[in-house]
Design a protein around this ligand. Structure first.
Ligand code: SAH
Length: 364
């Protein structure tokens, strides 16, 4: 069966034509999916019944199943989605004032080897299809009440977006298309570990998405310890590619810096980071480490965080600290999937084990 959400401008019109049906139905079906928020073909109430049945016979609307749905009282909701092949990915809805932002995944696992991150601990299993990326958007969209719309997308879930760039761009095309989700590229941010060739491709494609680059260290030596993939990628190359993207797109860059106690949070790191970023039209997003069970890293105390931030602010760097929304539901990428996997393992090895995930109340 074909996946209806797999972006393919010809699939529906061709299918309709092959059944002797008018092509205008394609736009009608698309409206039901993106604006009508239907969950089934059956709900597309102004389509003839036999068309709905034929669609259901040949197309799958959803390929994922919600394995777990968690929520916190700050309005953050997280879905653990099971894909057709049994793999699991995560995506998140965040509410902030009028904003309705979602954070989506691009791969099952990750190959970049950031030592502190839960997503990549077991490497990468596969790239997501464009349809699976779109499906996350629509699953999250359906958590909103009537009258509310998704306003922002951050591609900061599991995986390295630029390692699955072709499919990501196809999916983001659906997000920004007025007949899709209609979210302006200015409200869509792609976060990358920093792959210069792929950033250059974005520049050449005249992409207008916001780019966030994960630095995590002010020099190559420390970065090589924290981000394994960076061994062959000097910071200078990453910054050059990011600068080119800024010049071509006019989109202000964001740099991300996960603050790990005792590792990259010395005042000297802050000074050298300020030097590295000086003169750039950029935001620095400092992210206090969100602890991952079983990993030895720690979050710096708030006074250590403040001292680090003061150095940067005094040096004139535009810095903000990411609010830790959804901590209780393992909101850092890969954490929910990992805790569920660990619970499964514990349950199969010890029949009396309590799965680690029961502290999270699954919703309906
Ligand atoms: N692969 C992309 C997206 C990763 S998720 C990238 O590297 O940018 C977005 C950000 O969250 C990245 O900067 C990532 O390093 C960071 N991150 C991952 N695990 C984290 C954790 N446990 N605590 C805080 N930030 C984390």
């Amino acid at each position: 069966m074909k996946h209806l959400l797999e972006p393919d401008a010809r699939a529906l019109p061709d299918w309709l034509a092959s059944h002797g049906l008018p092509r205008y139905r394609a736009a009608q079906i698309r409206r039901w999916v993106f604006a009508g928020r239907v969950r089934s073909f059956e709900e597309m109430s102004d389509l003839p019944k036999d068309l709905r049945e034929k669609l259901a016979a040949d197309f799958q609307l959803w390929t994922t199943r919600v394995a777990l749905h968690t929520a916190t009282d700050d309005g953050t909701e997280k879905l653990l989605l099971e894909l057709a092949d049994g793999q699991q990915i995560e995506c998140v809805l965040l509410r902030d004032g009028p904003r309705r932002s979602i954070c989506i995944s691009t791969q099952v696992g990750c190959a970049m080897g950031c030592v502190f991150c839960a997503s990549g601990l077991n490497g990468v299993a596969r790239n997501l299809t464009a349809g699976e990326i779109v499906e996350q958007m629509l699953q999250l969209d359906r958590l909103l009440p009537v009258g509310e719309r998704l306003s922002h997308i951050v591609v900061m879930g599991m995986g390295e977006p630029l390692a699955n760039l072709d499919r990501l761009l196809i999916a983001l095309g659906e997000a920004s298309d007025p007949s899709g989700l209609g979210i302006s590229p200015r409200r869509i941010t792609i976060s990358t570990v920093g792959l210069p060739e792929a950033i250059n491709r974005l520049t050449e494609l005249e992409s207008r998405y916001n780019l966030a680059v994960s630095l995590h260290a002010p020099d190559d030596a420390l970065r090589n310890e924290l981000v394994k993939v960076s061994k062959n990628i000097p910071l200078a190359d990453i910054l050059r590619a990011a600068d080119r993207y800024f010049e071509a797109s006019g989109r202000r860059l964001t740099f991300e810096y996960v603050l790990l106690g005792g590792l990259n949070d010395h005042l000297d790191h802050a000074r050298r980071l300020a030097e590295l970023l000086r003169g750039r039209t950029a935001l620095l997003n400092v992210i206090p480490y969100n602890p991952v069970a079983g990993l030895p890293y720690r979050t710096p105390s708030s006074s250590a965080q403040n001292r680090f931030l003061d150095v940067l602010r005094t040096a004139g760097i535009n810095v903000f600290v990411r609010e830790r929304k959804g901590d209780k539901i393992n909101a850092a990428c890969g954490q929910l999937r990992r805790s569920v996997e660990q619970a499964k393992q514990a349950a199969s090895s010890e029949s009396t084990a309590t799965p680690g995930v029961v502290s999270i109340a699954p919703l309906a």
